[in-house]
Design a protein around this ligand. Structure first.
Ligand SMILES: [Zn+2]
Length: 218
């Protein structure tokens, strides 16, 4: 990826001093400008570098001052926060991602501790295989949870039925316990819990189909 970057200079402050009498023309308007170099990525200031510089100029004749007055204004000029925009942006994005992840982890724990009919779990198969499938809560009787599986196996993390023909199969109703669900979560086998999902996830599609391969053996 091409990343446009480089350095630029920005005037970060301008002071107008009406108390200094110009040695050259006698006027009383003197202007100080403070500059700062910064490193940018796509023109977003990332981080300032180098030292701040100040210029001085009589607004009438252009005469430049040296010494104390310049130092005074330079010293009281602070580097504005927006010069760190890029860094602030990146830190904000990372912080938001961490907070969102923590929130999701907490929510997942709550959902597993209190299952509801219709909850859909994404289950990761064997550790060395990239296999994912779904289970849906169909009935809850006290501590027993009755689940139905979907019909496809996915090769990556998914949050909905990516195969249009996928469905939950009522034929394979299986039971487990709340404690076992907690274990699966702790082992990292339950990757996500979906509740209040949209129609387009396909999670509402249920069929009662006996698998052909199994039927052949009967
Ligand atoms: Zn002047």
């Amino acid at each position: 990826m091409f990343i446009l970057h480089g350095t630029k200079t920005l005037r970060i402050k301008k002071y107008i001093d009406n108390r200094i009498k110009c040695e050259e023309c006698g006027s009383y308007t003197h202007i100080f400008k403070v500059y700062q170099d910064y490193f940018h990525i796509f023109f977003i200031p990332f981080v300032p570098f180098g030292v701040k510089r100040i210029t001085s100029q009589c607004s009438k004749c252009g005469f430049a001052l040296n010494g104390q007055k310049k130092d005074f204004y330079l010293d009281q000029t602070r580097t504005p926060k927006y010069m760190y925009s890029g860094i602030i942006l990146i830190v904000s994005i990372i912080t938001a991602a961490i907070l969102l992840n923590l929130h999701n982890q907490k929510l997942k724990k709550e959902y597993i501790a209190n299952p509801m009919i219709g909850d859909v779990y994404l289950i990761k198969g064997e550790a060395n295989n990239n296999e994912y499938y779904f289970m849906k809560v169909k009935h809850i009787i006290e501590d027993s949870i009755y689940l139905i599986p979907n019909s496809y196996i996915y090769s990556r993390f998914v949050t909905k039925f990516n195969e249009k023909e996928d469905y939950f199969n009522l034929y394979y109703l299986m039971s487990t316990s709340k404690d076992h669900l907690k274990e699966l979560l702790e082992e990292g086998k339950i990757r996500s819990v979906e509740r209040d999902y949209d129609e387009d996830t396909g999670f509402n599609v249920e069929k009662n189909i006996e698998m052909e391969e199994e039927a052949e053996f009967i």
